[in-house]
Write a protein that binds this ligand. Sequence first.
Ligand code: FMN
Length: 223
Amino acid sequence: MALVCIIYARSSNYGKEVIEVQHFEFVFFFRIRYGLKGVAKVATIPIETEKVRYIMEVFDAVRTVLAVRQFQDKPVPEPIVQQIVEAGHLTASSRNGQPWHFIVVDDKEMLRQLGTLAQTGRYIAQAPLAIVAGMEHSPFAVSDVSRAIQSMILTAWAQGIGSNWVGFDNLKHINPVLGIPEEIEILSILPFGYPVEAIGKGQKKRKPLSEIAHRERWNQPFV
Ligand SMILES: Cc1cc2nc3c(=O)[nH]c(=O)nc-3n(C[C@H](O)[C@H](O)[C@H](O)COP(=O)(O)O)c2cc1C
């Protein structure tokens, strides 16, 4: 008689917060000389792993984050402001160039002015906080600063704070208002605040996955 012990791991979701758990199952397989086989499950041990839980939280934030354009009249707590800025600060950049500058604004009059100047983001005027993302001149600056912006938006969202990218049009006007040197280009203004409406149930208007994802070669279906 041969006795084999197999340990394998599988993962599953449970609970409201979708915590990922790995199960280690101890299974014995019996094989007797003339073909008789048997399987006996001895134990299932669920083990939460930090790494797996972290992956789920990131994906959940990506899945549910939406552009927020209406904010409650409630300040963003300072520890969260610090965390948002730190998320931008810690972002990776090409050749570690870090060509970004973040100007954190919570002065109501300044927010009102920013709303007036940003043609595609008038609603900045109603936000309790905005971060102006500027970039030093570099061929990689748009990619680098865009990544930092996404880090900040997702970090905020994970804390229940909504945001959005306001950008591209006429942001040069904002340099003198905030004393930003001419050579720094403003890529975006990000208003932050608690959303007025409970949004973000993963309902997004996106092209079908089959239209944009390919497997191995262009136009070979991914799904
Ligand atoms: C690079 C970029 C620029 C954007 N510019 C603006 C903008 O100037 N004003 C605005 O209200 N929304 C802006 N948005 C938000 C998009 O319109 C929004 O993310 C998109 O319509 C998808 O909606 P959702 O994020 O709610 O799924 C911008 C988003 C990105 C990524």
